[in-house]
Design a protein around this ligand. Sequence first.
Ligand SMILES: *Cc1c(COP(=O)(O)O)cnc(C)c1O
Length: 345
Amino acid sequence: MSTGILSIDLAALVANWRALDAKSAAETAAVVKADGYGLGAGRVARSLLNAGCRTFFVATAEEGAGLRQSIGPEPEIRVFSGHMAGDTEMIGDLGLVPMLNSLDQLTRHFEALPGHAFGIQLDTGMNRLGMEWDEWGAVAEMAIAQGPCLLMSHLACADEPDHPMNAYQLDMFHRMTDGLGVPRSLAATGGVLLGPDYHFDMTRPGIGLYGGRPFTDARPVVQLDLPVIQIRDLREGEVVGYGNSWQAKRPSRIATVSAGYADGLHRALSNLATLWDGDRPCPLVGRVSMDLITVDVTDLGESPDVLSILGPHQGVDDLADLIGTIGYEILTSLGQRYYRRYIPG
Ligand SMILES: *Cc1c(COP(=O)(O)O)cnc(C)c1O
């Protein structure tokens, strides 16, 4: 097999959902947008469904349509982007629940699908999605009369517990929703960890389910093993890869490994990342190219068949830290060429 194997531990995923669920008295939903953070929304959602999760969030109606095929008609699928022009049929036929973000979306929804379930997204300061204070003030009474199933907002700085923005947004959310008698949701993974004031009626973790920060107690969910295609011996002074960016300072053995930036191993990892042969580290040397990376295996003594780039010694956040990004981006960049092997939950 010449492609990498992305192993996805569904038991760890379920354990992470249960651990986050145990932190609040609220219903714990699951965010499976971007194909379940790159791990396969259908498989992820079916495992969580078996564990008792009943509500799933996606980014777009198209994602909701795909998920509906995987999990059947019963579970609730909610859409963060709301009700966009062209979404009406999907929302109506597949029973998706849009989180409406503006007066335009409210109007579109009530006209196109009267009586169809909806929620409302409020902007409490992030300035990204949802109705702001003034807009909400003008339409709240009319919107509440239509019976929304949820009022939600999103925290901008929940991964920094001491950031004053958290308390500010919590206060805004109370002012915009207190006394309206509608179920409420404010917390994603970071918000769950901020404590009960932030939990309301439903929490919406994503990254914590998949083993990423800020849920530092999460069980790791992914392992990525890459096959070695070729091994060659270099004399001192020979160079490796595009741009000759690495030069052997000693006689060296270089393994050419099947995966590159087209598979989500960012080119910025060139000369920075470490691959692992079990417990033994092997530095990535030279530039990451589209389909291949090159690794210094001189110190191993033998020739590995496979090297790991995600595993017990290097998680998604470790890899992210090397290149100034976040685990979310590492996960959602994992390419379609990998064989996804699911370890049952
Ligand atoms: C992505 C997202 C979530 C999940 O966030 P995590 O940080 O991955 O837990 C929850 N709510 C909204 C609105 C989102 O966009």
